[in-house]
Design a protein. Sequence first.
Length: 383
Amino acid sequence: MSKKGYRQAVAASFLAMLTCLAGAAKAQDVPQEKPLLAEQAFKNVQVLRGMSVKEFMETMGFFAASLNANCTTCHGEGSGGSWDSYASDNVPQKQIARKMILMMNAINQSYFGGKQALTCYSCHRFGRTPKLVPDLTVQYGDAPDEDPEEILAQAPGQPTPDQVLHKYYDALGGIDKVASITSFTARGTWQGYEDTEQHPLDIFAKAPDQRTTIVNNRGALTTNTYDGQNGWTAAPITDVPVTLLALSGADLDNARVDAELSFPARIAQSLTDLRVGHPFSIDGKDVTIVQGYGPAKSPVKLYFSDDTGLLVRVVRYTTSRVGRQPTRFDYSDYRVVNGIKIPFFYLTTWVDGRSKTQLTEVQLNAPIDPAKFAKPADPGLAK
């Protein structure tokens, strides 16, 4: 197919989906839920006030990633018996952490006009003590190239985003087939970090931007839902301190990005300012990075194999008060479903966890009950 035909196919698919879903979009046009704030849910929150519970918990993960730490570093070995036990100030490191946050904020405000130029990771780099001695391996270029945090401009000599996407759609089975996907359901297993069991998983997705995932841990459901406008996460009290949360800010934006990117033909509509970065490699294999921006102007990077043209990685970011936090999806095990290649395995990695998803069954253009995208029940209210 020519480049013109490729663009026309994408545009036609996009307009068709808009027409079909216009009525549904109006039905979903309800006010966005206000998020529960950290100081409303937890005791003794002194510095990180005014942020949502979701951002607060992600911030704890950011500290862990920055300092090579875990919960007990600041909360003590006795923490974990109950969520209230984390409120104690018995461990000196917790007071130190508060002072470091205030110091970081003061430096950014005084010297960078309030811009988030400095974070915990800037100095600690996955260590309890900031590095003081230069690393000669890095200085003289023997260390591997670092993954760019953000691609600020189209790299010279690289293909255009359209060319990369055209190759991707050809690798999947052709843009016409890819653009014909309006929904899908999937089943498989989900396994968390240091989890010895694989739990049943169900995924429901409907174009252009609805997606629900449900993990069943022996009857205890963990649900993540985006209905096209609002998003929620629900999980049992054994896993999270607040069992039902409405998403807001960067978390809501990322839920939308995840839902839209479930349909490859929507990449150009979902992300703005597409550009291609300098050559990069993953595990010794060359990839081409296409970067765009989500609705909150946070970068989203897509990594395409130079050999196969297939998408092998996506990295997106959650902007928080203490720093930009990455979430990475690594895709593999592509299988053909109705003439279209679908990744049946993906590894999800974020600052406070990692999970493996193995699909066993995918049905394209399957009818989906709209109730699948409704606000989930609160597991904390279940008897």
